[in-house]
Design a binder for this molecule. Sequence first.
Ligand code: RTP
Length: 150
Amino acid sequence: MTTEQTFIAIKPDGVQRGLIAPIISRFENRGYKLVAIKLVTPGKEHLETHYADLKEKPFFKGLVEYMNSGPICAMVWEGRDAVKTGRTLLGATNPLASAPGTIRGDYSIDVGRNICHGSDSVENAKKEIALWFKDGEVVSWKSASFDWVY
Ligand code: RTP
C-alpha cells in the first residue's frame, strides 16, 4: 500500500443533481486529501482522449455526449491506496451492481448516468491527472489531520 494520487470526476449528472458536496464529503470523511479541484467543460476532443480506450464500444458516442452535456467537477485526491480505495468508494460501474454505501449504489441507477469517474490504475491516474490539470493546479500541502488518520 502506497501513498498515491487518483483522478476523480463528478460527471455532469452528479453536478446537476447537487452531489458535489456529498461526494467530496465521502473522500474527506475517509481521510483522503483534496489536492486539486475545478469545474470544467473540457469539450468533445478532450473527452474523446479521456475515453480513448473505449472508442470501439457501441456506447462511446453517447458517453462523450453525456460527458459533454454540462460542467464536470474534476478533482485529485491523495492518500494511501487512493486509486483502488477511490474505486471502492465509487462502487461498480453499473449502479445496479453497486453496493449500498457506495456513491453509485446510493445515488444512481443507470450505467449511462453513473455520477462519477475514478482512475482504474496508478498508471492511468497519472495520465488522467496530466490530461485534466495543468502544472501548478495540483497543490502540495500538509494536512494536519494526516497525523491522526495515519
Ligand atoms: P469510469 O471510467 O467512468 O470511471 O467508468 P468505469 O471505469 O467504471 O467503466 P468503463 O468501462 O471505463 O466505462 C466508462 C463509462 O462508460 C459508461 N458506460 N456505459 N451503456 C453501457 O453499457 C455503458 N457501459 C459503460 C459509464 O458511464 C462508464 O462509467
